[in-house]
Design a protein around this ligand. Sequence first.
Ligand code: PMP
Length: 400
Amino acid sequence: MNYISSRLSVIKPSASMAASMAAKALRAKGVDVIDLGLGEPDFPTPGHIIDAAHAAAKAGQTLYTASTGTPEVRTAVAAKFQRENGLDYTADDVIVANGAKQIIFDALMATLEDGDEVILPAPYFVSYPEMAKLFGGKPVVVECPETTGFKLTPELLEGAITPRSKWLFLNMPGNPSGAVYSEGELKALGAVLAKHEQVLVLSDEIYEHIIFDGREFVSFGKACPELKDRSLIVNGVAKAYAMTGWRVGYAVGPAPLIKAMATIQSQSVTSVCSIAQAATVAALNGPQDEVSRFREAFQRRRNLVVDGIRKINGLTLLPPEGAFYAYIGCASLIGRKTPKGEVLADDAAVTTYLLNEGRVAAVPGAAYGLSPYFRISTATSDAVLTEAIARIAAAVADVE
Ligand code: PMP
């Protein structure tokens, strides 16, 4: 008996979760696998944030809150956008959700009609096309090659826009590429969008603070203020404050969109956990020194991975400008044979080989819409990364 809705037939489970599950299954058999599949900061949440959550629970902040978030958290989010991004929004323009993922989910549910197109520069975050399809949307994948720094150009954007375009998704620093857009690059995209009023923009800026080499982060909202009435600026505490499990994301956007998203939340999740919202207030308003400490650690690991991977004959790596992943090119392995005689037909075969022979779990580029690549997470200790690179090098050297 198949009782699962046909709506679900168009989507698949997260590929990074799948890679992690495959690693866990091997581990359960006693194999020592390094899991670089899932990406999340490996630091504990800063102590003052945990203290604030504790205090909130003890003070009785244990009730449902408004569906858009408590006044305190929405005020803190509006102040964050003003202070860090130079954006003018008030608490009324803010919505808080269970992670940036739920913000994106709400936004698509609130806006998509069947057949509406969602422009996804590839490589993209794995959940974007799946969420779009769930609500009847049509992902329009625009491959952004390494030669453009994995970034969308005005020409590529112009070529992708049709009368059915509903959204353009941007993600910077990007998962999986680490690409960061400059203010000039964003303005150039904005100039194209100005000619196409039907297109909304979702700018996923969740890796804002994980940005390297002294680069300045420029929010899409800051670069293109003229598009404010059709821009949703998405962020969250997961990556900046090592709070992935607290599940708090937030966004600012035009009033009709925020209102529709709030209606969805009021009839589904009601609100975000009240204690996690109090923790978010402490994260955004409190000391920010741990954020820089995390950034420095991620930059050091980025350097370690770039140095190590670039020494491996057969792999390429454009140095990531932010986030905590490396998107590794494996074109020269495709079509070659493993020691067992299996042909490495595509990047999925490469990651299967790396898992079984190299004992390193990575995610195939196919999951991100741009092949042949594979993604590793660099959000783990220097020692684990060093060992993983040695294993990848040994496995690649064995390819015939
Ligand atoms: N956007 C991107 C680009 C991500 O990489 C992730 C997490 N992997 C998210 C959103 C989800 O963030 P959250 O944990 O706040 O739902």
